[in-house]
Design a binder for this molecule. Structure first.
Ligand SMILES: CC(C)(COP(=O)(O)OP(=O)(O)OC[C@H]1O[C@@H](n2cnc3c(N)ncnc32)[C@H](O)[C@@H]1OP(=O)(O)O)[C@@H](O)C(=O)NCCC(=O)NCCS
Length: 435
């Protein structure tokens, strides 16, 4: 059997030539016009970056290497007796574009087990932080402090060929991904569980072992975590965490610097932090309206939220214009495993009424729920009530997509990113027709 590294090289090396030839022939082709509104307005919708691991369609949602989430649930290898895909298998798919066999998946599981132990110094760095440090800050520091282990940085200092950058980057990425659950579990246990120590279980796959190290051993929670780690892994290249990881990496900063940067972006409330906001808000709904609300009360509550100038968390999206398939995957999980859960009932009721209200309100371009509208409800059901931690779980998953792209960027020899900026005065003098 070929290793992941060999399989990756088989795909990447021909593509390196293909991209070169493609650009020689078509490099001057204009693909987008940019308006001033876009330049001042978050560069929304400008097609200006290539990103291989996934592609987002506004109506259909995400496809990972061409596969929808239901297709991944069907085709990717699973844990024995399980129904949800293994995140390791998704990582193989993101890296190579091919669905792995059980053996190929097991190879990644074994490799991550081998590299997965948390170095003592990382635990010491984390232990030096005040306990009220946000879990995302701890997570990002836990990643960044490992930079001293970067093989890429060490080899770069020695002097290596540009065409070989990807090999040491892949080394870093494998070590980093292997250790992430241990970093996250350390953050969880020290912040909320009196710093209890749970040794990894070598019999378990990456996701199940992650659940185990956080103290969750129910098979249903393992399945949930596997699904969670798969569906949050990538959402094409323009979102904040993906774009930041790439931008930092484009300076040839190594995987540790790059991912830590991406995670700082994921920690923003308009991005990954929305999942903790959603749950806080749903608990407020339950508290204010007393248990499961009536539809009338809920409608009034939603209008009150909007009229007080707040957003309905978990609803809307910068690109999507339909219900997020990642929301639907989680809804289906809930319908199967926890149909009578109280919070799930509230989440479902919000799903029934919020899109109509947001449409009437007339501001949000997308009135439908996104991934964050559902995830907290599932985690709370299994006892994970520490909302502030949820974005760390998101980060462990997102790392797979953005680090895949980093290896690809190194393979394809991507240059440093450097868009041109301008001032308002420059825009007035140069872009606006006079007379
Ligand atoms: C996701 C989000 C940041 C996308 O932002 P965006 O691309 O600028 O969204 P839109 O273009 O639809 O925004 C247009 C207007 O609708 C408002 N809007 C968007 N989503 C809204 C929501 N869920 N509730 C109320 N108003 C909303 C925006 O605040 C904006 O108002 P403004 O013109 O007064 O500034 C936005 O929908 C949002 O804040 N959602 C809630 C937070 C969330 O769920 N984030 C997770 C994202 S995965």
């Amino acid at each position: 059997m070929k290793t992941l590294k060999q399989r990756f090289a088989e795909k990447m090396l021909p593509m390196r030539d293909e991209v070169k030839g493609f650009l020689q022939e078509h490099g001057d082709t204009v693909i987008h016009e940019v308006t001033l509104q876009q330049a001042f307005g978050g560069m929304r919708g400008i097609k200006c970056m290539a990103w291989e691991p996934s592609l987002l369609d506004p109506l259909e949602g995400i496809r990972f290497r061409g596969y929808t989430i239901p297709e991944l649930q069907q085709k990717l290898p699973k844990a024995p007796g399980g129904n949800e895909p293994l995140p390791e298998a998704l990582f193989f798919l993101l890296m190579t574009g091919d669905i792995p066999t059980d053996e190929e998946t097991a190879e990644i599981t074994a490799e991550w087990k081998k590299r997965g132990e948390l170095p003592d110094y990382v635990a010491q760095v984390l232990d030096s932080l005040p306990l009220d440090t946000h879990p995302m800050t701890q997570f990002s520091i836990g990643i960044l402090c490992q930079q001293r282990d970067s093989v890429f940085a060490a080899q770069y200092r020695e002097g290596i060929k540009k065409t070989d950058y990807w090999e040491s980057t892949l080394e870093d990425v494998m070590t980093l991904l292997a250790r992430l659950p241990a970093v996250a579990a350390k953050v969880y246990n020290r912040t909320y569980k009196n710093d209890r120590k749970i040794a990894p279980d070598p019999k378990l796959d990456w996701g199940a072992n992650f659940a185990h190290m956080m103290g969750y051993n129910k098979e249903e929670f393992r399945e949930l975590l596997r699904l969670y780690l798969v569906i949050h892994a990538d959402h094409e290249g323009g979102n904040v965490s993906a774009h930041t990881t790439r931008l930092v990496g484009s300076a040839l900063s190594d995987a540790y610097y790059s991912l830590s940067g991406g995670m700082n972006g994921l920690a923003g409330p308009l991005h990954g932090l929305a999942n903790q906001e959603v749950l806080r808000w749903i608990m407020e709904v339950k508290e204010k309206l007393g248990g499961t609300p009536t539809k009338e009360d809920l409608v009034k509550f939603l209008w009150d939220t909007l009229n007080s100038g707040q957003v309905i968390p978990g609803y809307g999206h910068a690109v999507l214009r339909k219900t997020d398939p990642r929301y639907m995957a989680q809804r289906e999980f809930a319908l199967k495993h926890l149909p009578d859960d109280e919070i799930f009932k509230v989440v479902s009721m919000i799903f029934e009424v919020a899109p109509g209200i947001l449409e009437k309100h007339g501001k949000a371009k997308n009135p439908w729920p996104n991934v964050d509208a559902h995830s907290g409800c599932l985690l709370v059901h299994y006892g994970m009530t520490e909302y502030d931690f949820y974005t760390v779980l998101f980060g462990c998953s997102r790392a797979m997509g953005v680090l895949t792209s980093l290896v690809w960027d190194r393979g394809l020899g991507a240059p440093i990113e450097r868009p041109k900026s301008f001032t308002l005065q420059f825009a007035k003098e140069n872009f606006i027709k006079k007379g």
